[in-house]
Design a protein around this ligand. Sequence first.
Ligand SMILES: Nc1ncnc2c1ncn2[C@@H]1O[C@H](COP(=O)(O)OP(=O)(O)O)[C@@H](O)[C@H]1O
Ligand SMILES: [Mg+2]
Length: 201
Amino acid sequence: MLEVDHLQMSFQGQEVIKDATFTLEPGDLVHITGPNGCGKSTLFKAITGIYQATGGKCTLGEKDEIGALIENPGFLEFADLKSNLSFLAKLKHEFDYNYTQTFCQRLGLDLASKQRMSKYSIGMRQKAGIIQAVMEKQNVILLDEPSRGLDADSLLAFADLVNDLAKEGRSVVIASHDQVPGINYNKHYVLEQGVLTQNEN
Ligand SMILES: Nc1ncnc2c1ncn2[C@@H]1O[C@H](COP(=O)(O)OP(=O)(O)O)[C@@H](O)[C@H]1O
Ligand SMILES: [Mg+2]
């Protein structure tokens, strides 16, 4: 689905990613951890093309589609949730209200709310960011620090959600400095000094 092959990313000679290599299979649920500043967000930006990698390559299958939440999701601040999500969906697809609604219900957001995004808390924005990464049935899902701002119940709902996505055969990669309990990862990596290494546990 996704092959990341000796990916490198430097900024003005500073090598942030020296070697990131991994392959995603359908249903993989992958954790990439490492401390603040180790390059987790940079790795996702290089995979999605927000940054042009300075070495190596990423190959995505022809039918595969990436859904990503990277750092702070940007929204149309004066518009409500439905307008924001339908705007994002319509860039490529139809907006599937009912399907999107299932994710909103699971995470405790109201898709029919008229509240503008500028009034949303960090946790609510984070949920909206997670939903846009999955609402178009994207099958390669990259979530960067997804638990930020989520309360205890929302963390449980989030873990259930990603476990279910993997069961559907979609691949999920979560980059986070911390652990979210209840996620059934099948692969663990650590990003340290620019090198991505697989752990056994
Ligand atoms: N656009 C950029 N220009 C220069 N340096 C950058 C840029 N983006 C990220 N970096 C640097 O890359 C390093 C890793 O950052 P980041 O990927 O945000 O780490 P993490 O997400 O693991 O906390 C940091 O030292 C950061 O300053
Ligand atoms: Mg980051």
